[in-house]
Design a binder for this molecule. Structure first.
Ligand code: GLN
Length: 402
């Protein structure tokens, strides 16, 4: 059998291919000359499987899609507190090139240019700067993609030589004491970061690395710690699509980031990484076809983050009662044990009749538990033991030990 996933993805792509709306970005000369035709999309799954359709091998410059990844590197290198001293986490409601500073002088968030230039200078060790930060950034972006990425020198030159606005932003942040590097070096490095070449497959893998908690699904490398991904995905959800971020979150519901050359990534925690590319942009600077594709993928594949999951109602698979005075109560649980699931399981334990019969907690249908789920089940067992009941557990996968 051929898996239908590729066909499904291609159907969605084709249904969005009829639109020629939108404009190429004009303010970077080299991007204004790009071919508007290529249109590709890719999905990457947790085990590293990548589905690509359309122009999936067409390379383009990553542009602002680099921002969440460089934010991740800065967080991993400097820690949350130091990064928060320099860049905030509030949606700006402004265009990506706006002067969006908080009253204390911090750029509002790392997804707009003023914040991203500041973040670039925070990647790498504290005494790094200039070329060293940039080398760290290129090496880090490559680790997210699972291959050595290269810079498009022509786009870089084009961008660097027309970077007056970004220079102005960098000088402003420097004047506020929030930019750790010389403005010229920070903007050069940031332009280089934006000129890294990728295709939609790379984007899907990079997005999945964030969605998987920082481990690259292709190479198995731990690129950044798990807490970093939670921070980055949160900021993508609120600020990733610039002044269309609220609209995006309510319709698509996937943490995302767009770039001015026409790429978009979506990272749905624990499930899928999405990459799309089509160069024509809407007024917010987001790819027209890419936005439509993401809307459709989210609706048809049920990917909205806020879609209420059915969890706690099916936690107890069954309860076997003791037979006429001997045997035990066997409480069979199922599904992943997080807070809400463990709460339901504890209630089932608390409901058992007070007949002194032993209790068996049967976990063979529980694939995993998070920290809190584990702690809650253990505490339930401890309390039953303290009440004088014999408690045992059948845990073939060692879920409670993890
Ligand atoms: N390199 C671009 C710039 O700084 C990135 C902007 C974007 O992709 N939105 O203007």
């Amino acid at each position: 059998m051929h898996t239908p996933v590729t066909d499904f993805l291609e159907q969605v792509r084709l249904s969005c291919a009829d639109s020629d709306e939108g404009e190429l970005a004009h303010y970077i000369p080299q991007l204004a000359e790009a071919d508007p035709a290529p249109f590709g999309a890719a999905l990457c799954m947790l085990d590293g499987t990548v589905y690509g359709v359309g122009d999936a091998e067409h390379r383009f410059t990553i542009q602002s899609i680099s921002k969440p990844f460089v934010y991740a590197l800065a967080l991993a290198d400097r820690g949350l507190d130091e990064v928060l001293e320099h860049v905030g986490v509030e949606p700006s409601g402004d265009a990506f090139s706006e002067i969006s500073l908080e009253p204390n002088g911090r750029p509002r968030n790392p997804m707009i240019n003023i914040g991203a230039i500041t973040t670039h200078a925070l990647a790498g060790a504290r005494d790094a700067g200039g070329d060293e930060s940039t080398a760290r950034v290129i090496e880090g972006l490559s680790a997210f993609a699972g291959r050595a990425l290269e810079v498009d020198e022509v786009v870089y030159e084009s961008e660097r030589s027309t970077a007056d606005r970004n220079m102005a932003l960098a000088y402003l942040v420097r004047a506020q004491g929030k930019l750790q590097d010389e403005p010229r070096l920070a903007v050069d490095g940031y332009s280089r970061q934006c000129s890294v070449l990728v295709d939609v497959r790379d984007l899907a893998v990079m997005a999945m690395t964030l969605a998987a908690g920082g481990r690259n699904p292709l190479t198995g490398e731990r690129v950044v710690p798990r807490w970093v991904c939670r921070q980055v995905l949160s900021v993508m959800a609120t600020c990733g699509m610039y002044d269309a971020a609220g609209d995006w979150m309510s319709t698509v519901g996937i943490p995302a980031k767009s770039g001015v050359s026409g790429g978009i990534i979506g990272a749905l925690p624990g499930q899928v990484g999405i990459g799309t590319f089509s160069p024509r942009l809407d007024r917010s600077g987001n790819s027209v076809r890419g936005v439509r594709m993401c809307e459709q993928l989210s609706a048809e594949m049920g990917l909205h983050l806020m879609e209420t999951p059915e969890v706690a109602s099916h936690v107890v698979h069954g309860v076997i009662q003791p037979e006429a005075g001997h045997g035990s109560h066997e409480v069979q649980l199922q599904g992943v044990m997080h807070f809400a699931a463990a709460e339901a399981a504890l209630r089932a334990l608390a409901r058992l009749p007070d007949d002194g019969a032993p209790v068996v907690l049967e976990l063979s249908r529980v694939p995993s538990a998070n920290d809190i789920g584990r702690r809650m089940l253990r505490e339930g067992m401890r309390r039953m033991g303290a009440d004088g009941r014999a408690v045992s557990v059948v845990d073939p996968d060692g879920v409670l030990e993890g």
